[in-house]
Design a protein around this ligand. Structure first.
Ligand SMILES: [Zn+2]
Length: 412
């Protein structure tokens, strides 16, 4: 029953429209360059930051939030997650479509989205497996102000070669995976699937390139890119490595999701072409608990690939791909478990913070709205009592969250 507990604080977070709020930020982190400015004032009005600096005057009768002992930074983003899905074991993923409907999955999406926001994750990119567009409705409900939640982008249904991400399904069961996937097996079918997906509300397009023995060609990936880009949407592609990854990189997608087995040469080509690695760098313990095949080996491969990607200098986003329950942790606690993987790969804390904010904002194409504390941007602001530049695990102690200028939680 744990997952259905309501968080009252989230339900009373009302945006203070018309009222100016001043935040005294003792230590203001700029994650785009890892610098810290001391004793700053951030003025917030009508959801947005209207001034920031050391010499900003606080107008009379302004409500002041004192974070002078805290470390303040923009809200965290997750560029690859699935808030409507949660199972005990990875093998249950397609079974999940058969036992839970769109309504229940939508409610789970809201519940998890609020847990993430409460922990400081103010933007999520829900990248398919969303129960027949449940995440579109989640986004609409939050945008309408019915519920407090993070900014949500959604990929709608995942587009892939016949079979979605199911395996071993007997023919008499029928293509039940179409609840969450479009089967698209030629450039024409891919174009149609992209259009239909955007029609039903997708903010981006997600392809699965190599979940089967067959995989997408360069021309097929280019068809998706052509349609999506003309509609102003980026294309994210699930691919692990090998020839399928060569095709995806050659086509020039916006981001590669997972990429656990990418070679240095492939990473270098991604860097040259400006393709972002959205690495979903799972902790081995999560794989093991979810009984994923070869969990320990795969966990080690991920640390190695993350280390190599950082060395090559490919642009990286922060992303999780959490779809399972793990022990008694909630989805936010599970997200912070990924920090140890980045640490094990030797990525500096400042770079991790940049991936979680600046880089993800660019990948999501919202860098002019979110991802920094700067005049004109929406006020998505978090704070914690110790510096994440010194210890990245400080993010677990986020005790202040502001979303679109409204306080979601504050230090007790
Ligand atoms: Zn995923």
């Amino acid at each position: 029953m744990r997952i259905w507990l309501l968080r009252v604080c989230l339900l009373v977070a009302v945006p203070a429209w018309g009222q100016t709020v001043a935040i005294r930020a003792g230590n203001l982190i700029d994650p785009s360059n890892g610098t810290v400015a001391r004793n700053q004032v951030i003025l917030v009005k009508d959801k947005k930051i209207v001034a920031v600096g050391a010499n900003v005057d606080i107008p009379k009768d302004t409500a002041v939030i004192d974070l002078s002992k805290e470390w303040v930074m923009p809200g965290i983003m997750d560029a690859h997650t699935h808030v409507t899905q949660s199972v005990r074991y990875f093998r249950e993923l397609d079974h999940n479509y058969l036992v839970e409907g769109t309504g229940l999955r939508s409610l789970r999406g809201l519940h998890i989205a609020q847990i993430l926001l409460n922990a400081g994750i103010t933007t999520v990119r829900d990248i398919g497996n969303d129960a027949n567009f449940a995440a579109v409705d989640l986004r609409k409900a939050i945008d309408a102000g019915w519920f407090v939640g993070p900014t949500v982008q959604t990929a709608g249904k995942i587009i892939g070669p016949f079979g979605g991400q199911s395996t071993g399904i007997p023919p008499e069961q029928g293509p039940f995976w179409r609840y969450e996937y479009y089967d698209a097996d030629s450039p024409e079918e891919i174009r149609k699937a992209v259009r239909e997906n955007i029609f039903y509300g997708a903010d981006l397009i997600k392809l699965v390139a190599d979940n089967s023995p067959y995989h997408y060609s360069v021309d097929e990936v280019r068809a998706a890119l052509d349609e999506a880009h003309h509609a102003g949407r980026p294309v994210a592609v699930h691919v692990l490595g090998g020839e399928a990854a060569d095709n995806v990189i050659e086509a020039g997608v916006d981001s590669i999701e997972h990429g656990f087995f990418l070679t240095d040469a492939q990473l270098q080509k991604m860097k040259d072409k400006g393709i972002v690695l959205s690495g979903t760098d799972f902790p081995a313990a999560h794989f093991e608990a979810g009984e994923f095949d070869n969990a320990t080996t795969l966990g080690a491969s991920i640390v190695d690939r993350l280390k190599r990607a950082y060395k090559v200098g490919v642009k990286m986003g922060f992303s999780t791909d959490i779809v399972t329950d793990y022990k008694d942790e909630n989805r936010a606690q599970m997200t912070w478990d990924y920090l140890a993987v980045w640490k094990a790969a030797g990525v500096p804390n400042a770079e991790v913070l940049k991936c979680m904010t600046t880089n993800d904002a660019e990948l999501l194409r919202i860098q002019k709205q979110r991802g920094a504390i700067a005049t004109g941007l929406f006020a998505d602001i978090i704070a914690m009592p110790s510096s994440p530049l010194d210890d990245i695990e400080s993010l677990r102690k986020v005790d202040f969250v502001m979303k679109n200028g409204a306080v979601v939680r504050r230090p007790q």
